[in-house]
Design a protein around this ligand. Structure first.
Ligand code: HEM
Length: 512
């Protein structure tokens, strides 16, 4: 009798089916168990938030799967269940959706210390060498994270008109000048169509490496270009949502992808160690003056300052921050995408920039001009609003509550900022690109419900960098060029996350 021989795929499918059967059974047992109330006598018994009955294994993943941007489901669920707070189960993960500004503020600010953890996705661990605590954005709260944030603050939030701010302004000016030069050269070639993303990413990357690490690299430095591409690929991947995050038994399906990401991260690490840090760790003998972020990290690690941090952890923090250039670069390419589709916005910004330049006599636009160019700055805010990149999910680190509903420990919290950005009750014509909504009496005015960078103890560490870089780069480009579409190219800006695919959008940069 011939032996039964199965292919690897068949074995895999059998395993998945068996796992699925076991999970359905466990699910059934769990659904029969009565939900425990809160036993702490000081806390009143709180009601569970309403929500759809989860399916076995999938939970409510199928509901979100019906929407192009999963966050669009949240406002619909709030309407269906007539509640701002919704309980979901995504795969095996208990989740709570929080709608409405006051409730979101309760989670981020009033009860920030109860909701300061991040999801425990296998993908996050794999991305950071087996331990998500290495990551600045995906780690749980700890003394190390508190200290990493405190050290970073002086660098990523330089106070206006201090030496650090002036240093950043001058680095931005130098790199933006190079960008204008490259755009001139590229525009004069062939059809004049320029792939903007590599040039903008190069500009942003040099601003970041020069400011945080005192290193910059020319456009023809192939290894630097490789590092930028690798950061961009990692950025794209971490911005995607995967069902396997909620159904870890699907992770084997992602192994090839995870291996590719590990390879990109490994190459980034090699470049950072060999070309950016060089011998700054080994040559350390005593405290060095802290001229950049690398100095701060080396001083901390080599002096065994509290809380102790390994050099590996410090390098992950450095890479997370240097990698912020991908966020700014991708955002700026999307901004250009909105501008070619809205030429009247471009004209209005150019009139504002020209008026200031006529008085000031300046050749390029610097941070000192921000106050007098509110419309130009508002273009970036409007793009950020429409893109509505989600707030990184939080996790309840203890039994808690929101809006009077019980939240069980370990629940993943989705904060619905999509609705805050797109609700017709909060914005007039919310789907239109109207930067002027952010300018009131000649000044930038952000409504309280505009929370693109989150808030509280886990708020974005890079929002000032976003504001400063995007303003200066955009204003200088518009001062020098009119951005025109390339025939046949579609400029539909993807929303729901910041990342753009590797080869996105070409433009014509017409010299003014
Ligand atoms: C348009 C660009 C960006 C947007 C929309 C954005 C948005 C966000 C949001 C919503 C969060 C989560 C906040 C929360 O949980 O309350 C976050 C976290 C974070 N962002 Fe950004 N960000 C951007 C660019 C940057 C840049 C350029 C950097 C680095 C320089 C950066 C560094 C971080 C870090 C380190 C965290 C994690 C903080 C923590 O968990 O303690 N971001 N960002």
């Amino acid at each position: 009798m011939p032996a039964l021989a199965f292919s690897t795929t068949t074995y895999f499918l059998i395993t998945i089916t068996m796992v699925a059967v076991i999970l359905v059974f466990l699910d059934y047992l769990r659904s029969r168990k009565p939900v425990k109330g809160i036993v702490d006598m000081e806390t009143p018994l709180l009601p569970e938030p309403p929500g759809p009955k989860p399916w076995p294994i999938l939970g409510s993943l199928h509901i979100l799967g019906r929407y192009d941007v999963p966050y669009k489901a949240f406002a619909d669920l709030a309407r269906i269940y007539d509640s701002q707070i919704i309980k979901l189960r995504m795969g095996s993960v208990p989740c709570v959706v929080v709608n409405g500004l006051e409730n979101i503020k309760e989670v981020l600010i009033a009860k920030g210390a109860q909701y300061d953890s991040r999801p425990n996705f296998a993908r996050y661990h794999q991305l950071f060498c087996g331990d998500k605590e290495n990551s600045l954005a995906f780690c749980d709260w700890s003394e190390v994270q508190k200290s990493r944030r405190e050290t970073l603050r002086a660098h990523t939030f330089p106070r206006a008109f201090t030496a650090k701010y002036d240093q950043l302004n001058s680095i931005i000016g130098q790199e933006v000048e190079c960008l204008v030069k490259y755009l001139n050269i590229e525009s004069s070639r062939g059809s004049g169509a320029v792939a903007a993303k590599p040039l903008i990413l190069h500009t942003c990357a040099n601003i970041f490496t020069n400011y945080f690490c005192s290193k910059r690299f020319d456009l023809d430095h192939s290894e630097f270009r490789g590092m930028i591409e690798n950061f961009d690929k990692v950025f794209y991947e971490v911005n995607q949502g995967y069902a396997a995050d909620f159904m870890p038994f699907l992770m084997p399906l992602h192994q090839r992808n995870m291996a590719r990401m590990a390879n990109w991260s490994h190459k980034i690490r090699h470049f950072v160690e060999s070309k950016v840090i060089e011998d700054r760790l080994e040559s350390w003998t005593d405290f060095v003056p802290e001229n950049d972020y690398v100095d701060c990290l080396v001083n901390h690690v080599r002096s065994f300052a509290e809380p102790k941090m390994s050099w590996d952890t410090a390098l992950f923090a450095l890479e997370d921050i240097v990698g912020g250039h991908s966020a700014v670069g991708n955002l700026l390419v999307k901004v250009l995408g909105y501008l070619v589709a809205n030429p009247q916005v471009q004209l209005r910004a150019q009139a504002e920039i020209d008026a200031v330049a006529a008085v000031d006599g300046c050749q390029s636009v610097g941070l000192e001009h921000r106050g007098s160019m509110p419309y130009t700055e508002s273009i970036v805010l409007e793009a950020i609003r429409l893109i509505t990149s989600p707030i990184v999910p939080h996790v309840a680190n203890q039994e808690s509550s929101v809006a009077g509903y019980r939240v069980e420990k370990g629940s993943l919290i989705f904060l619905n900022n999509y609705d805050l950005n797109m609700s017709p009750e909060l914005w007039s014509e919310p789907t239109e690109f109207k930067p002027e909504r952010f300018v009131v009496s000649g000044r930038i005015c952000k409504p309280e419900h505009f929370l693109p960078f989150g808030g509280g103890r886990r708020s974005c560490m890079g929002y000032k960098m976003v504001q400063y870089l995007s303003f200066s780069i955009l204003a200088t480009v518009l001062k020098n060029f009119t951005i025109l579409p390339v025939a046949g190219e579609l400029y539909k800006v993807p929303i729901g996350n910041l990342a753009l695919p590797e080869n996105s959008f070409s433009f014509r940069f017409q010299r003014r």
